[in-house]
Design a protein around this ligand. Structure first.
Ligand code: SAH
Ligand code: SF4
Length: 393
């Protein structure tokens, strides 16, 4: 019998006690901790600032705090606990893939894509048109560092339980959920590596690495809060991708802090989708579309549908016709991100032919649906979509 992932949000852990990591705590949790330690209340804001704005990776680096406070935190068993980049693989196209190590030694993958992959921004209007070069019109006292527009692809779980047949991460199964600090901490570690200044440099985040964010819903949302309220990255620059976990979409629709949403549709009908994404048997396309219609969109925002093109499986012109009709029927303002399938060992699919990809995209565009082809990034280092399997060779 096929087993499906369950949607049981894990019980909220008391992160203070279980990990002793500060990087993960909300401002309220820090206030409670600072009070318990008998420190003045305003110290909690200083710690919050040092953790998420300064992105200090150790207590010693929190120089805005007096030594006595840092020592008290250390004596009480606290450390910063930001995940660490254990290994980096650099692609010829500038993409970098990292093996990020958590406190318990578990590793996940995070990807840095300078200049993005042409798909993450929604309508494509500012994705390709952004100027990339040296800074112009800035304070001349600032160093002339290159302007950065980059996308960071973040993992939400160690492995994944969803079992999509074309995805390498699925082969791992799921080992555990990441905590909010481990999710937001991937971003902090990568921003530190590239000396990014949030506010000056333009950073997009995509929750499209290992794992299914909506099967780790509470920690995913807590991470979004840390990223927005702590680190200052606007949620409109974030996109979360789900394989279609219906209860997660329903909860997401009610959030007041909400990244953009992408559904990995990957098929024009339930029968093809079931064959490549068995999770469709639990939540079918019609139910998913109905749930998506309840997600409020910002002005000019569109719902993103991701579509991995698998040669001979879902890449025919008739699939494109069925797909555009399906999306039109949904009534949703939508756009489609086409992704050419990235091969992996022991995965029984083939890449689509370039002319089929072009015809597929052309059909969608001709039928009035914005359709973008995501550039495969970092294939040579196994950093592309669906290739994240903690490969270290
Ligand atoms: N679990 C979430 C987010 C991570 S997967 C989800 O499935 O949406 C991110 C995207 O990569 C998904 O759209 C998925 O369909 C796509 N993907 C998975 N394996 C792939 C592969 N081998 N080649 C290309 N895209 C792939
Ligand atoms: Fe999990 Fe997404 Fe891969 Fe499916 S495509 S197995 S949901 S990571």
């Amino acid at each position: 019998m096929q087993s499906f992932p369950q949607f049981d949000p894990p019980p909220k852990k008391n992160l203070e006690n279980s990990t002793q990591s500060l990087f993960s705590l909300s401002l309220q949790q820090l206030e409670a901790l600072i009070e318990r330690l008998g420190l003045e209340r305003y110290r909690s804001r200083q710690v919050w600032h040092a953790l998420y704005q300064q992105r200090a990776s150790s207590l010693e680096e929190m120089t805005a705090l007096p030594k006595s406070v840092r020592e008290l935190l250390s004596r009480s068993g606290f450390q910063v606990g930001m995940p660490r980049i254990a290994q980096a693989f650099v692609s010829t196209d500038g993409t970098e893939r990292y093996l990020v190590a958590c406190a318990d030694g578990e590793t996940v993958e995070t990807v840095w894509m300078p200049n993005g992959d042409d798909g993450e921004l929604g309508d494509g209007s500012d994705a390709a048109g952004e100027e990339v070069g040296s800074i112009t019109g800035r304070d001349s006292t600032e160093a002339a560092v290159p302007y950065r527009r980059a996308t960071i692809c973040i993992s939400s779980q160690v492995g994944c339980a969803v079992n999509c047949q074309f995805c390498l991460t699925a082969k791992l199964g799921v080992k555990r959920n990441l905590t909010a600090g481990e999710i937001a901490g991937q971003v902090a570690a990568v921003l530190n590596r590239h000396q990014v200044r949030v506010g000056r440099d333009r950073i997009n985040l995509v929750f499209m690495g290992m794992g299914e964010p909506f099967l780790n819903y509470d920690n995913f949302m807590a991470a979004v809060h840390l990223l927005v309220e702590g680190m200052g990255i606007p949620e409109s620059r974030m996109t979360v991708s789900t394989s279609g976990i219906l209860p997660g979409i329903e909860r997401f629709a009610k959030e007041n802090l909400r990244p953009k949403l992408a559904l990995s549709l990957n098929a024009p009908n339930n029968s093809i989708r079931e064959s490549i994404m068995p999770v469709t048997r639990k939540w079918n396309i019609e139910d998913l579309m109905a749930a998506l219609r309840e997600v409020p969109l910002r002005p000019r925002e569109r719902m993103t549908f991701e579509y991995v093109l698998l040669g001979g499986v879902n890449d025919r012109l008739q699939d494109a016709r069925e797909l555009s009709a399906l999306i039109e029927r949904s009534g949703l303002p939508a756009k489609v991100n086409l992704i050419v399938w990235n091969p992996g060992p022991d995965i029984p699919y083939r890449m689509p032919k370039p002319e089929d990809v072009a015809a597929f995209q052309q059909h969608l565009i001709a039928s009035g649906l914005p359709a973008f082809l995501r550039r495969p990034r970092g294939r040579d280092i196994y950093a592309a979509c669906g290739q994240l399997k903690r490969t270290v060779e």
